[in-house]
Design a protein around this ligand. Structure first.
Ligand SMILES: NC(=O)c1ccc[n+]([C@@H]2O[C@H](COP(=O)([O-])OP(=O)(O)OC[C@H]3O[C@@H](n4cnc5c(N)ncnc54)[C@H](O)[C@@H]3O)[C@@H](O)[C@H]2O)c1
Length: 290
């Protein structure tokens, strides 16, 4: 049971940090009854951590690149993979922003290249967006979809490339409007967040926006969009509220202040609470799919 995996990074300290994070994440899943202690040990025994790229990829059938979003670094790694990986190995990228045509530009790997964009926190959120190159072989696409389903995730396949894929485009549209409402003084930051988590966000875990439109009635949604869309924010860059805080190094939880204030303990607690909620939601979704 399970799939043997190799984890590669450039320094031992990064690998040991990754090992600790993975172990902590699995422990939380054990606490929440999503996994047994034995399951955790088995998962850990299937992972090998190495700084040696050749050792990591030489026997791999499927490779997921998740290095920084710097195109030259990615091209260099693909060149190394072309030399070290098996000629039939599938090369997938976790890129959030690069079109697959750009990733494949300087490689001979297009026929076996894919984007598999995991949504964070990747160990808990089911979505994986899949993008293929126009030269990607159909069997490579099929194997990728099958693998993503086998590991318990929900793949969606894009029919063509587009900046931001699907989820980040939808999310950006909503976040832009949330900051517009905040900037205009329409409601507090807390109330804007509640309007999403207690309203549309509550429905969206099970009913997507297109089905929501069908449930509401397309005649109603025709009027809603015609009436509201002209007043929506149409900015093409990040709002001043975000830019100003970034200049002051108020970056959110990682710096202790963003829109809200945080201390170290509250961030750890909040992350833990968030992950427990996601695990509970995941359990309900899994039950639905059985
Ligand atoms: N952070 C997110 O929320 C998120 C979500 C989805 C997708 N992504 C995508 O995942 C990728 C990684 O993003 P991140 O935020 O985790 O970046 P990061 O900089 O936090 O981590 C990248 C890791 O890659 C390692 N690395 C660098 N060069 C390497 C090489 N040649 N070989 C092996 N390892 C190498 C680094 O040491 C580091 O540990 C990017 O393509 C990003 O767009 C990020």
């Amino acid at each position: 049971m399970g799939i043997p995996s190799w984890v590669n990074d450039i320094k031992e300290e990064y690998l040991s940090r990754a090992k600790t994070i993975i172990s902590d994440n699995l422990s939380l899943q054990v606490e929440e009854g999503m996994l047994t202690e034995q399951g955790k040990q088995q998962a850990e025994s299937l992972m090998t951590f190495t700084t040696d790229l050749h050792e990591a990829v030489q026997d791999a059938d499927f490779i997921i690149e998740a290095i920084p979003e710097v195109i030259e670094l990615k091209w260099q790694l693909y060149q190394n993979l072309a030399e070290t990986a098996k000629p039939e190995a599938i090369i997938a990228s976790n890129t959030s922003t690069f079109p697959i045509s750009r990733l494949a530009e300087k490689t001979s790997l297009a026929e076996r290249m894919m984007i598999t964009h995991f949504f964070n926190p990747a160990h808990l959120v089911p979505l994986v967006e899949i993008v293929k190159h126009e030269q990607t072989k159909p069997e490579v696409v099929e194997t990728t979809l099958e693998l993503i389903r086998t590991i318990g995730k929900s793949p969606v396949l894009l029919k063509k490339e587009i900046n931001g894929f699907i989820a980040n485009r939808l999310q950006t549209a909503l976040v832009r409007e949330a900051f517009y409402l905040l900037n205009e003084g329409i409601a507090s930051a807390e109330d804007i967040d509640t309007a999403v988590t207690a309203g549309p966000g509550f429905r969206w875990a099970f009913t997507g926006p297109i089905e929501v439109a069908d449930f509401g009635g397309l005649d109603t949604w025709e009027r809603v969009i015609d009436n509201v869309a002209p007043d929506l924010d149409k900015s093409v860059e990040a709002p001043a509220i975000i830019r100003d805080r970034v200049k002051e190094h108020k970056l959110g939880t990682k710096s202790g202040e963003g829109i809200f204030h945080y201390d170290k303990t509250s961030v750890v607690q909040k992350l833990n609470e968030r992950d427990r909620h996601f695990i509970q939601l995941g359990k309900i979704k899994n039950r639905e799919e059985v």
